[in-house]
Design a protein around this ligand. Structure first.
Ligand code: 2BA
Length: 109
């Protein structure tokens, strides 16, 4: 069994959960925050049998869109010697960042 942790854009979260539920996957949604943009994102966790892994990942891949986002770099990203002059940077926030972990044991009691 695998545990899939997918960090996705908030706007994609409910649609993708609908699709996963329709296909019989169990999923848990966590409200998370990206360390770089300091903006909200969503982390979905989903335990699946090994033979379902590729199907799950392909659903996430199809439904999650990458987005260009403009953000201001703030002082916490600068060294102490730099002056605080916020400036905009454009980053591409991925469709999804996916971690796949081996599950040692899965129990429902
Ligand atoms: P954030 O950390 O808010 O990052 C948002 C986007 O900013 C990233 O998109 C990337 O394009 C850019 N970025 C991140 N760190 C950067 C840095 N040090 N310098 C320049 N640009 C940087 P994605 O790579 O698609 O990541 C989207 C979100 O997925 C991230 O939000 C973070 O919450 C999570 N994430 C991505 N890679 C991760 C990893 N290796 N470990 C844990 N979480 C990760």
């Amino acid at each position: 069994m695998k545990l899939v942790m997918a960090i996705i854009h908030d706007e994609d979260a409910f649609h993708i959960m609908d699709v996963l539920n329709e296909k019989g996957y169990s999923v848990t949604k966590l409200a998370t925050t990206g360390g770089f943009l300091r903006a909200g994102n969503t982390t979905l966790i989903c335990g699946v049998q090994d033979d379902k892994l590729e199907d799950l990942v392909s659903i996430i891949e199809k439904k999650c869109k990458g987005r260009r986002q403009i953000t201001s770099i703030n002082s916490s990203h600068m060294s102490a010697t730099e002056s605080y002059v916020p400036y905009p940077v454009e980053v591409t926030v991925g469709g999804a960042t996916i971690f796949v972990l081996n599950v040692e044991e899965f129990r429902k009691v």
